[in-house]
Design a protein around this ligand. Structure first.
Ligand code: TNX
Length: 546
């Protein structure tokens, strides 16, 4: 039994012991998402203030510096001045290709009066700054209108040596099923960049809408970007069932919008992969240009998995190839990335079956069945892409049978991880996007209250985290997909993506043996969500739920 005196002594002792703990709680260095490959703690803290200066010996650090400055301007109310000597507390940006061997890698060293950042490319500098900002108070991520300014920022001393596991760390946004504004697309990209995701796959066309201005074919957007009563595109799938049935929905990106967004992404180390989904999923293009894309004598009648009637471009018509060549020419001019995604998913059974043009083609080229017609179609498109100096990315279906496509193309395995492994055995480059782990359009858990699709299994954050893509050199990386049939607005889209995308970032970036769900869960539900909150993301509040 303790006396009263004794217990108050213990209480006071406890308070004294916990004060330093409490103080250091705000200086935790294990807060970064995705988790870096190596973090070593140091002594003391760096204090960023209006007096802090920066120095740089390379233009490769420009984007990174601008990114930090934008956030300081917004949330601290000042910009850092360029320094001339290193006496005051300073952030140094060094180009150091000898020490930093890998692309996208960086070294971030924080001491009491100095922060030193080393990298060999733009992405490396950008990621160093993102890590630095994640070590600051989450208020640094505040967006326009977030109000309060914070003058001083304490940053814990530490050394981080970091590089990505995969080159391809992607996320897809479907802007066809439901249109998303230019501003939302930018937000989507910005949030990716903050978690070191570097490939934005932009699903621009589908049955429900063609969202990309093509100068040569103005009806693609004039006719093909509108759905609903009185238009040529009825509400064929969602939101016909769940959303407003009596309102015309429309929207597309002008070529100027595209250029603006490409530059915005580039400044954040993100490449944009545009997708023109063909020959299936093409109803919007077909209602705009039926004469070019369909055989007038075709008597086939079929429906896609999503129940859209006759939605497939005809591979027997020469005009289809002329049209696609012209579209690809404009797409190549807009998107500097070396790849274009041509879809190729879910060609409906029975398409072209009674098309005389396809029958003539089969006879002329000795094609025996629909699969061989599909392969003929994609071989020709591969040649068109080559002419425009682009490589192909496509959904896994394109690799069926004896597809003769260039070896440097990449295929996305979406039906399962096994599908990816099968393609690897055929020596094909693969990006893993299996629905069971990485389809963010699926519900988090089975409940009527949860938005999202139900056709596959639920995808909890833990499930996403558990995905191990594998180790073959054919695996270019991983990607999550947000299809938007059920994402009727930005709030639902945010909810479906976050916090699952935190888990994705770590699957894509961090070495497999350094990933532990329990530890991640703490980081994600703590600092991870605080940062999202500071930005006004409508994330799903609970990380742990299965
Ligand atoms: C399948 S994944 C599709 C999409 C749908 C999605 C819904 C793929 C290549 N095709 O058209 O939106 O399922 O989850």
């Amino acid at each position: 039994m303790h006396t009263n005196k004794e217990s108050s002594f213990f209480l006071i002792l406890l308070i004294f012991i916990s004060i330093p703990l409490f103080l250091s709680a705000g200086k935790n260095i294990h807060v970064i998402i995705p988790k870096p490959q190596k973090v070593l703690s140091g002594n003391g803290t760096f204090l960023m203030t209006k007096q802090t200066r920066y120095l740089s010996d390379t233009s490769l650090a420009q984007n990174a510096i601008a990114y930090l400055q934008n956030h300081l301007k917004q949330n601290a109310g000042y910009l850092l001045k360029r320094g001339s000597d290193s006496k005051v507390n300073t952030i140094h940006f060094h180009y150091d290709p000898k020490k930093i061997k890998k692309s996208e890698a960086y070294r971030l060293h924080i001491e009491k009066n100095k922060i030193s950042i080393k990298a060999r490319d733009k992405a490396g500098f950008f990621y160093a700054v993102v890590s630095l900002m994640q070590l600051m108070d989450p208020a640094i991520w505040g967006q326009k209108g977030s109000g309060r300014k914070q003058k001083n920022w304490t940053i814990p001393s530490c050394t981080i040596e970091d590089y990505p596991r995969f080159r391809w760390r992607g996320m897809m946004l479907d802007t066809s099923r439901n249109f998303f504004s230019k501003d939302y697309v930018k937000k989507f990209i910005d949030r990716m960049a903050q978690h070191k995701l570097n490939r934005f796959h932009w699903h621009l066309t589908d049955d429900e809408g063609w969202r990309l201005e093509i100068k040569r074919y103005p009806l693609l957007t004039k006719v093909g970007a509108k759905r609903g009563p009185g238009t040529k595109l009825p509400f064929s799938t969602y939101p016909a069932l769940r959303g407003q049935k009596n309102k015309v929905q429309s929207g597309y990106y002008t070529q100027n919008d595209i250029r603006e967004i490409v530059a915005y992404a580039k400044a954040r180390a993100i490449e944009i992969l545009p997708e023109i989904d063909i020959p299936g999923h093409a109803k919007a293009a077909i209602v705009a240009y039926p004469k070019l894309l369909q055989d007038p004598k075709d008597k086939s009648s079929y429906r896609s998995v999503q129940k859209v009637a006759n939605n497939t471009i005809n591979p027997g018509m020469e005009s289809s190839y002329v049209f696609l060549d012209n579209v690809i020419a404009e797409v190549s001019r807009l998107f500097p990335f070396g790849y274009i995604h041509l879809g190729g998913d879910e060609i409906p059974k029975g398409a072209w079956k009674r098309s005389p043009a396809v029958h003539r083609l089969m006879q002329k080229k000795g094609l025996k069945n629909a699969k061989e017609v599909q392969n003929y179609f994609f071989t020709r498109l591969d040649r068109i892409l080559a002419k425009h100096k682009r490589k192909m990315i496509a959904w896994q279906e394109v690799m069926q049978g004896k597809a003769k496509l260039r070896q440097n193309n990449i295929f996305m395995a979406w039906k399962s991880k096994k599908a990816g492994v099968r393609m690897i055995k055929k020596h094909r480059n693969v990006i893993m996007t299996p629905v069971q782990y990485l389809y963010f359009d699926q519900q988090y858990s089975r409940s009527k209250k949860e938005p999202g699709h139900t056709w596959s299994t639920p995808v909890s954050t833990q499930k996403t985290y558990a995905f191990n893509p594998g180790n073959s050199s054919y695996i270019r990386g991983v990607q999550a997909c947000l299809w938007t049939e059920t994402a009727l607005n930005e709030k639902i889209a945010d909810y479906l993506v976050w916090p699952r995308a935190l888990a994705l970032s770590e699957v894509a970036w961090t070495a497999q043996k350094k990933r532990h769900w329990k530890e991640f869960q703490k980081r994600a539900s703590g600092e991870g969500l605080k940062r999202l909150k500071a930005q006004g993301v409508h994330y799903r509040p609970v990380v742990p739920i299965r």
